[in-house]
Design a binder for this molecule. Structure first.
Ligand code: CMC
Length: 436
């Protein structure tokens, strides 16, 4: 190995030296292979929150946080947002290339044939309280799917079985998501209508009534498709890493995806889109005292953060936020003047402007992320707040299952088993305390 392709670690307590290989990515930041460190020198590495740790090799998504770049399988997100459809992006993420016409048709057809849920699944819904959070229901119902597709789906080393699990998940997620909403509102479950497109079908299952005709508005169908494209994958984020870690024990893929949904729910991750709207509504109700909220976000004694702001990776801008802000603006222009969403959008723009001129946010590279404007679009579509993260989960399912599929084929993949820096008591003797 060329010396230039290694890093030398010197243990100053013993004088021992170790050459560690530098792994070069196709693009992005070189990575040190530390696997020999424990074996040769007897040390672990310490990196809470994985700030400097690559947990795997992956060829699915590329992020460059400094330059605001996001690419799926090499294609820039801006191009996919403009030209592609969500199902095309699903194909791209899972199979690695954009489909030709026949491949796309066959894929769409297979997704269409899996949209129904087993009738017994309905009974799971009725076990939940009507006011249950739909994310809680989704975690449960997707987890429950593992009991319906257990034996042969558990054969995770068979590519055709993995493909079938992936197609089932992509197909059934809109049905599950829409039924979470229907159940909470005491509405009858609408079955998928398979002559409709993917986003269209979801809106149909959300809003159609058995008593009248409903056609999902094309403006909202397009907007939802875009939101799904932008949320489809994002490299090794918390929920994707959760799916990988869960799946690394060769667990059932439906159970692994259910674990991903649970991770996504948190407000620091996918739950942020719901929190953003709550924050914007609070600001509007406070007579638009934007500065007060900016000051609160800067105050370290207050746990309040500007929701939809900041990102672990993006340090200049989140390319998804740029696309979604424009889409939000375009959609609002096409709605009736004086609609309530315009006020939220104006408040969001004002908050963004003040924050971006503030030293606190500038010095920490805090910018709006994908969740900052997406909620305004969803709200304008008539989707209630507690369904926002459900839509994120529905969109991210393709990312999760593509990573799971990639991991299953990776010869270097092993069960995930981090080590720790133990900080508890040293050996104690129970006998000494027997007469206490
Ligand atoms: N408002 C105010 N201060 C913030 C914010 C914020 N939204 N985000 C980060 N900071 C400050 C933080 O207090 C810290 O300051 P200091 O250096 O003085 O201690 C500094 O910026 C670095 O923050 P961090 O928490 O160490 O950064 P992180 O990379 O661990 O966290 C984050 C990233 C997204 C969890 C965080 O920015 C955050 O909580 N944002 C709000 C929630 C949010 O919008 N989440 C959605 C993320 S994008 C969608 C997704 O992929 O899930």
């Amino acid at each position: 190995m060329d010396k230039k392709d290694t890093i030398t670690v010197i243990d100053n307590s013993t004088g021992k030296e170790l050459e560690l290989p530098i792994l070069r990515p196709t693009e992005g930041i070189p990575t040190i292979d530390v696997r020999a460190l424990y074996r040769e020198l007897g040390y672990f590495t310490y990196d809470p929150g994985f700030l400097a740790t690559a947990s795997c090799r992956s060829s699915i998504t590329f992020l460059d946080g400094e330059n605001g770049i996001l690419r799926y399988r090499g294609y820039p997100i801006e191009q996919l947002a403009e030209k592609s459809t969500f199902l095309e992006v699903c194909y791209l993420l899972y199979y690695g290339e954009l489909p030709n016409k026949e491949q796309q048709e066959a894929f769409n057809e297979d997704i269409r044939t899996h949209t129904l849920l087993h009738e017994a699944i309905k009974r799971f819904f009725s076990g939940f309280r009507r006011d249950a959070h739909p994310m809680g229901i989704m975690v449960g119902v997707v987890g429950a799917l593992s009991s319906f597709f257990h034996d042969h789906e558990n054969n995770v080393h068979d590519a055709s079985m993995r493909q079938q699990a992936a197609h089932r998940l992509i197909a059934k997620m809109p049905t599950i998501a829409a039924w979470c909403y229907r159940y909470a509102h005491g509405l009858p479950f609408m079955y998928p209508q398979n002559d409709l497109g993917y986003a269209e079908n979801f809106l149909h299952m959300m809003f159609a009534l058995p008593t009248e005709d409903y056609t999902p508005p094309p403006l909202f169908v397009k907007a939802l498709d875009l939101i799904m494209i932008l949320h489809a994958d994002h490299e090794q984020n918390a929920s994707t890493s959760t799916v990988r870690l869960t799946g690394s024990s060769e667990a059932n893929p439906f159970a692994a995806v259910s674990a991903g949904i649970a991770s996504l729910w948190g407000p620091a991750h996918g739950g942020a889109n719901e929190a953003v709207i709550k924050m914007l509504l609070d600001i509007v109700h406070s007579d638009n005292d934007v500065q007060y909220y900016v000051d609160r976000a800067k105050d370290k004694t207050d746990r309040f953060r500007l929701m939809g702001f900041g990102h672990r990776i993006y340090k200049n801008f989140d390319p998804r936020a740029v696309i979604i802000r424009k889409s939000c603006h375009d959609i609002l222009e096409q709605l009736e003047p004086g609609n309530p969403y315009q006020e939220l959008f104006d408040t969001a723009m004002e908050l963004e402007k003040i924050a971006l001129e503030d030293d606190y946010f500038k010095s920490r590279n805090l910018y709006p992320n994908v969740d900052y404007y997406s909620g305004i679009i969803l709200l304008a579509m008539g989707i209630p707040l507690n369904m926002f993260t459900v839509i994120f989960a529905l969109s991210r399912t393709i990312g999760w299952i593509s990573h799971w599929n990639e991991m299953m084929q990776d010869p270097e993949s092993r069960i995930g088993r981090p080590r720790q820096l133990y900080s508890g008591e040293e050996l104690r003797n129970y006998a000494k305390l027997e007469n206490r």
